[in-house]
Design a protein around this ligand. Structure first.
Ligand SMILES: Nc1ncnc2c1ncn2[C@@H]1O[C@H](COP(=O)(O)OP(=O)(O)OP(=O)(O)O)[C@@H](O)[C@H]1O
Ligand SMILES: [Mg+2]
Length: 380
């Protein structure tokens, strides 16, 4: 190839490359080619899209607010639901308890006590009187018995059912150290209980009688008899029996000299009619917790037993210098007042009664434990 034509070709190529580079650096604006009308249309469309967006935004905000409100509503409903579930759980538990009680009542009611009609009983003589009424020596079906006639004001209205239930509880007790229940009349206004007649009267009468000077062995024997009766009551099933008014006048002595516990259960009737008063038992035998609150256990009976042990040993009135029962109750409840120990010569007796009247119910022994302690007593 000739040299000149080669040069021409090279120059041509160079020019072409230069043109190409020029075109590459130039930015192409699409709007450049649009007409004014088209541009206006575009602007219009953008504006309408913008307002559409604005509307959408508002819609979303409204929905958001609605969701917030719904959430609050749901939270509140959940709270109510939770409360409802809780209270219905409690109600269910209460219902179950009631049903359990009803079951026991039904069981007891199906076995009725021995109902005695007023004409069957012939009073012989009045032998005593207490908070609930008068006690008579009487004859029932040819047998000498004791009849306790309850004042009708103790068993008004709804308390009659309670009275009948307590009578049923009494009628089911069977123990040589519990006064034998024989029957009852539960037809208002005739309310009375018929029990075995205890020839030597109450322990209260016996230990204060000028003719009775109990030996230490006799005192231990009486203490054991009472503890046996109380062990029986405290181990009763399905529900234990708390006496709540254990005292020397509620321990009776039969013709063979055996001490028997009486008048348990009646304290509950007294309780019902005196619901709003503090004194449910007899102040000088009452445990401090019973004087202070309505919550107490069978250990209140152990406290009373402690006072009874003191009385049995000394054959004296507890707190005989203090005439006002409220003063006794206040000092026992709040100042740990107890009868004096100076007259108690037997260390084992002193130790036992101090354990029994401990101000802390949990530290007091149970009746089965008391029986074990009494079994280890030496008789002199
Ligand atoms: N089964 C009985 N056998 C012999 N005497 C009895 C019998 N039951 C009661 N007594 C005598 O009747 C008295 C009065 O008893 P009652 O239970 O009515 O009164 P209380 O025990 O003195 O006091 P409270 O009413 O607080 O129990 C007794 O102290 C006792 O002497
Ligand atoms: Mg009594």
């Amino acid at each position: 190839m000739p040299k000149k034509s080669n040069n021409n070709i090279r120059n041509k190529n160079n020019n072409q490359n230069k043109n190409n580079n020029k075109n590459k650096n130039k930015i192409v604006d699409p709007l450049e080619k649009k007409s004014k009308r088209e541009l206006l249309e575009m602007l219009q469309s953008i504006k309408s899209q913008q307002s559409q967006l604005e509307i959408e935004k508002k819609k979303i905000q409204i929905e958001k607010d609605q969701i917030e409100k719904d959430k609050e509503k749901i939270d509140k409903e959940m709270e109510i639901l939770e409360q409802l579930t809780l209270s219905s759980e409690e109600k269910y538990k209460e219902m179950m308890k009631e049903m359990e009680k009803m079951k026991i009542y039904k069981q007891v009611a199906s076995q009725s006590h021995n109902e005695i009609s007023p004409e069957e009983v012939q009073d012989l003589e009045a032998i005593g009187s207490g908070a609930y009424g008068n006690v008579f020596r009487a004859i029932w079906r040819g047998k000498e018995v004791a009849v306790k006639r309850i004042k009708p004001e103790y068993v008004r209205g709804e308390h009659l059912e309670e009275f009948k239930r307590e009578v049923l509880v009494l009628s089911r007790t069977r123990h040589p150290n519990i006064v034998l229940f024989m029957g009852a009349c539960t037809q208002l206004p005739n309310l009375f209980l018929v029990t075995e007649y205890c020839h030597h009267g109450s322990l209260f009468q016996m230990i204060r009688s000028s003719q009775t000077n109990l030996t230490y062995q006799e005192k231990i024997k009486a203490a054991k008899d009472i503890a046996l009766g109380m062990t029986y009551l405290h181990l009763t099933k399905p529900k234990i029996i708390i006496h709540r008014d254990l005292k020397s006048s509620n321990v009776l002595i039969d013709s063979s000299g055996t001490a028997k516990v009486a008048d348990f259960g009646l304290s509950r009737i007294k309780d019902e009619s005196l619901k709003h008063t503090r004194f449910r038992g007899t102040p000088c035998y009452m445990a401090p917790e019973m004087l202070k609150s309505t919550h107490y256990t069978e250990k209140v009976d152990v406290f009373s037993y402690g006072i009874l042990l003191w009385e049995l040993y000394t054959q004296q009135f507890p707190y005989k210098g203090i005439k006002n029962p409220i003063q006794i109750a206040f000092n026992v409840g709040f100042h740990d007042l107890r009868p004096p120990l100076s007259n108690i010569k037997h260390g084992q007796w002193k130790k036992l009664l101090e354990m029994c009247w401990d101000k802390d119910p949990l530290k007091r022994p149970s009746f089965p434990q008391i029986l074990k302690i009494l079994d280890q007593f030496s008789e002199n």
